[in-house]
Design a protein around this ligand. Structure first.
Ligand code: ARG
Length: 516
């Protein structure tokens, strides 16, 4: 009977596996006939309205860049397939050739043109400073000295902000998070592309924010390609054609309700610069600086990672033990509440929990008239500890309940009270059983702290991202980051193994015998 059942089971797994293989195969084999029309895989970071965003209604990509790319491609007979990527991943992806092009409000700069190629400029923009409406001290770029500034990672805004003396820069994955940070009062200003900030204020209804001073820079957006990509010429031709035939004006009108600006053929940033529009790849000279950057910044990041881990384990252990006690207590209501807590924090992604605590709560408090907002560090520790405690509570509860209840009775008959029993008899045994899963949790936590990068923490992973954002050497940098994580986790494995041995009465006995 059970034999037949296990057969059915195996067959089902077989079906599932072959289904998965089929899907995989469809992904990696090119569709026949596709050669006839050239398909461009175009990357975009779609949280940059009105250039690229997800439509509220259809969920599809939309925006000025999207319309423009489709129109240009159509003009020269290309098919476009959009791919969403983080902004700081776009240039590495172009370099490695995993994508054929990118349109993402990307500013043409001489530095970027050394590692990727650009089309002719298709939009004139520039950086603007945004502050809260009640701010009267920041009026122009010079006033930003020593201020707290939020930016999007890998952007010209982040580069410009990095040059401000004494400024404390907080980096986010998307412009919306940077602006949210400003609304929540945790930074003094945001340096971001003018049209995007303006759109957020005027159209998306971002409240209590204003743009001050003159534009910090004048910038031109271009479609980006791998260096020397043959598609650049075709796309430039398409761009020229849609400007000629008025399609460009139509798209501009649609998104900006205005007549388009005059565009130069070559971005001023490239005129006289050492790079041409088709791009020249970097020589070996940058390797050394990448290495130096890694040496300088990864230890800083590792330290932040370790601090986050240590604090969260500390609070998580205390919290987890208390929750475990509650879970095995006789109080049904308490049990019930703690169950909900554990299920919530185990059952929802830590990333979401982080966002709720860091971005969500301050908004809620503002709404009800409280001026309260959590600083980055406590917010991260609270989110991580709450999450860790939920997991540890289950581990600790399981450990305690795995001890034979007969021992409680035995202790009782020896006249011990329950606190003593717990402390002297049950917990020491339970602790040994808890140790291995505790070690697992610890290792998971070390890695999970990388999630705090999304709220602007410069931990290990974010330090790596920041280095890639200026050097574009994704492979070397992320491998180095991975190795540092590995070193940290291997070290903690060893540490836990040692504690386990130490707690093992038999092994400990042997060691004592040996040394004696
Ligand atoms: N223009 C700026 C730059 O190239 C910001 C672009 C950000 N684009 C985006 N889709 N998030 O650095």
């Amino acid at each position: 009977m059970t034999k037949i059942k296990s057969w059915v089971w195996l067959r089902q797994i077989g079906f599932m596996l072959s289904g998965m293989l089929l899907v995989l195969w469809m992904y990696i084999t090119p569709v026949a006939g596709q050669d006839a029309v050239k398909t461009l895989r175009v990357a975009t970071e779609p949280t940059f309205p009105p250039f690229e965003m997800q439509s509220d209604k259809t969920g599809e990509l939309e925006g000025f860049d999207i319309d423009l790319m489709n129109a240009v491609a159509k003009e020269v007979g290309y098919l476009v397939q959009f791919d969403s990527l983080p902004f700081d991943g776009i240039i590495p992806a172009l370099q490695s050739g995993t994508i054929d092009a990118a349109i993402s409000g990307i500013t043409i700069t001489a530095e970027r043109a050394r590692s990727i190629g650009f089309s002719s400029p298709y939009f004139k923009a520039g950086l603007a400073i945004a502050v809260r409406e009640d701010n009267t001290t920041i009026k122009n770029f010079d006033d930003l000295k020593g201020k707290r500034i939020a930016v999007q990672i890998g952007t010209t805004g982040s580069k410009e902000a990095a040059n401000i003396p004494g400024a404390r820069i907080v980096t986010f994955d998307g412009a919306p998070s940077a602006l949210q940070e400003l609304v929540n009062g945790k930074v003094d200003a945001v340096v971001n592309d003018y049209p995007v900030t303006l759109y957020a204020i005027k159209t998306a209804g971002l409240r209590r924010i204003k743009i001050v001073g003159e534009l910090v820079t004048e910038e031109y957006y271009g479609i980006a390609f791998p260096s020397n990509s043959p598609a650049i010429r075709d796309i430039n031709f398409g761009l020229y054609k849609i400007v000629e035939n008025g399609i460009y004006e139509g798209i501009f009108q649609k998104w900006f309700n205005n007549k388009p600006q005059q565009l130069p053929l070559i971005a001023p940033a490239l005129v006289g610069a050492k790079a041409d529009v088709s791009g020249i790849t970097t020589g070996g000279g940058t390797r050394d600086t990448v290495f130096n950057l890694l040496l300088r910044r990864l230890p800083q990041g590792a330290l932040v990672t370790l601090l986050l881990t240590a604090f969260s384990v500390f609070f998580g252990l205390i919290g987890g033990t208390l929750v475990a006690m509650g879970l095995i207590s006789k109080n049904k209501i308490l049990q019930w509440i703690l169950r909900i807590y554990v299920e919530f924090f185990r059952g929802t992604p830590m990333l979401v929990q982080l966002f709720i605590i860091y971005f969500g709560l301050p908004g809620l408090f503002k709404e009800i008239g409280l001026q309260w907002s959590l600083e980055r560090f406590p917010a991260a520790i609270i989110a991580l500890s709450l999450n860790v405690a939920a997991y540890l509570a289950e581990i600790i509860r399981g450990g305690i309940q795995s001890i034979d209840p007969g021992q409680w009775e035995a202790c009782q008959s020896l006249g011990m009270n329950s606190l003593e029993t717990m402390k002297e008899v049950i917990f020491p045994q339970a602790f040994r059983r808890i140790l291995p899963p505790l070690g697992n949790e610890f290792i998971t936590l070390i890695k999970d702290t990388s999630l705090t990068a999304v709220i602007g923490f410069n931990e290990l992973f974010r330090q790596g991202q920041l280095i890639v954002a200026t050097t574009y050497q994704a492979f070397e940098v992320y491998i180095a980051v991975a190795l540092v994580y590995l070193a940290l986790t291997v070290l903690s494995s060893v540490m836990f193994k040692n504690i386990e041995n130490f707690m093992d009465p038999i092994k400990r006995g042997k060691n004592k015998a040996k040394t004696a």
